[in-house]
Design a protein. Structure first.
Length: 465
């Protein structure tokens, strides 16, 4: 039936080795990530225990719009939350310095004061400092988007860490790194070519004069108007057409040399033309050597021992296999346009994980491919089965492409299987249990899904969708 890819590797329907795969917004009301649940009517909020009413103004599920929607003795406030009320004649009756006796003889929280976070409706002061009963900007670094970018200082205000940023304004005081790389939240020297006097920005740093990505970067370099995009250097020439009456050799116009393999027919043992040097050589890559490797344009038996043994289109040495390859890691592919990731077979490709692709795309055979939307439950399962075991983004994209009906069918089957074969509390599939047995867990999953099993009808409904 359905096969999972992680240990216990039995269920595609069970994500992260036993936890139920669901949409991110699964908690009632605002969801697990504090994201409001969208709605157009309260009927869509019927399952939201803490937010059963649709606010037409924001089109999100909230706890209340009117006092009658709150429990007895509570009132609906401007944050659309129910708050308890207390009768009073004077401020002292309210029992807290954060509260005062309001115009309707009930205790209300003073503006800017609080007893819980929900009293703090100012988005810039959203946490309640219990020691002072006042609303503040933050209590921990987590309130500032995480400790890697900003921290919460002693005045309970979020402060950016040195060299970190979310916008250009955060880097304005740093003369050496005045621009913000918003992808990595780091202040850098440049984020685009126009930030550099040399006209070229590379990995957040302005390149030296004479470094280039295109001919435009070489316009002001005397005698070197062309860009060698492999070396990223301004040169005199990149092809013979740049040298009237001469040939281009190693970026310089010279009077002689080969221009193609046909110019090496009269040089026995050197049948290939190194068009960079305009010299006839024995090999340009290891493909030219029968069982050996191409090292410094010469065939050598026995394989490579280091990068110095490799050249051409395969400049790196994979010492484990002693093969000259295109790359050993992503950094070797940083100049390969559209192929910036190194695959397991040591070739530069567009992607190795779905997170390298755009929204709604999965990585397949090194290429980003669009995932169709509105897919059925069985198509979600087939899509997940094609995902690499380490590529969680691929699973998420497959699930997200499913129709609401397909996702509901999948969730029902998942919940049934997890209930039938518990992965916690010492259950049959609890890997932390001293009695855990891989075969026993696998058999439980299989029995639950097969004909006559507790989850057969739900799995069948998914696969027939």
């Amino acid at each position: 039936m359905l096969a999972h890819r992680c240990l216990p590797a039995f269920l595609i329907l069970v994500a992260a080795c036993g936890s139920v795969r669901r949409d991110d917004n699964t908690n009632p009301g605002t969801g697990s990530g504090s994201q409001p649940v969208s709605c157009s009517s309260s009927a869509q909020c019927v399952n939201e225990a803490t937010a059963p009413v649709c606010d037409p103004g924001s089109s999100t599920c909230v706890q209340c719009l009117h006092e009658e929607q709150c429990p007895t003795g509570e009132a609906c406030r401007s944050d659309f939350q129910c708050h308890g009320t207390k009768s009073c004649a004077k401020d002292d009756d309210c029992g807290s310095t954060a509260s005062e006796c309001g115009s309707e003889a009930t205790c209300v929280v003073k503006e800017g004061r609080c007893t819980t976070d929900r009293d703090c409706i100012d988005p810039l002061h959203k946490r309640c400092d219990a020691s002072g009963l006042i609303c503040v900007g933050c209590l921990t670094a987590g309130d500032c988007g995480g400790g890697e970018v900003a921290t919460c200082d002693t005045s309970h205000a979020c402060r950016m860490l040195p060299g970190r940023c979310r916008s250009e304004a955060d880097c304005a005081r740093s003369s050496n790194v005045p621009h913000c790389n918003v992808e990595y939240f780091s202040c850098v020297q440049c984020t685009q070519d126009t930030h550099c006097t040399s006209g070229l920005c590379q990995s957040g740093v302005c390149a030296a004069a004479g470094t280039c990505q295109s001919d435009a970067n070489c316009a002001a370099v005397s005698g070197r108007p062309r860009c060698n995009t492999s070396l990223h250097q301004c040169v005199q020439c990149v092809s013979n057409s740049d040298c009237p009456g001469a040939q281009c050799q190693s970026g310089v116009c010279v009077a002689s040399g080969c221009t193609s393999d046909s110019g090496c027919t009269g040089t026995p043992g050197r049948p290939r033309c190194n068009t960079s040097s305009r010299q006839c050589v024995q090999c340009l890559s290891s493909n030219d050597c029968d069982g050996g490797t191409c090292q410094s344009f010469t065939c050598v038996a026995g394989g490579c021992t280091g990068d110095s043994s490799c050249s051409g289109s395969t400049p790196r040495c994979d010492t484990s296999s002693r093969r000259c390859v295109e790359c050993l890691g992503d950094t070797d592919c940083r100049y390969a346009t559209g192929r910036t990731h190194c695959s397991t077979n040591r070739q530069c490709v567009q992607c190795t994980l779905s997170s390298h692709c755009g929204t709604g795309q999965n990585c397949s055979s090194g290429t980003c491919q669009t995932t169709s939307t509105g897919t059925t439950c069985s198509q979600i399962v087939q899509c997940m089965q094609a995902c690499p075991s380490t590529d969680t983004s691929c699973d998420d994209n497959c699930y997200g492409a499913g129709s609401p009906t397909a996702q509901s069918l999948l969730d029902s089957a998942l919940q049934c299987i997890v209930n039938a074969c518990p992965s916690t509390g010492g259950g049959v599939c609890d890997q932390s249990s001293s009695t855990y047995n891989t075969t026993t867990c696998r058999d439980c999953y299989s029995t639950a899904q097969n004909s006559g099993g507790a989850c057969y009808s739900m799995v069948l409904a998914c696969l027939q969708n």
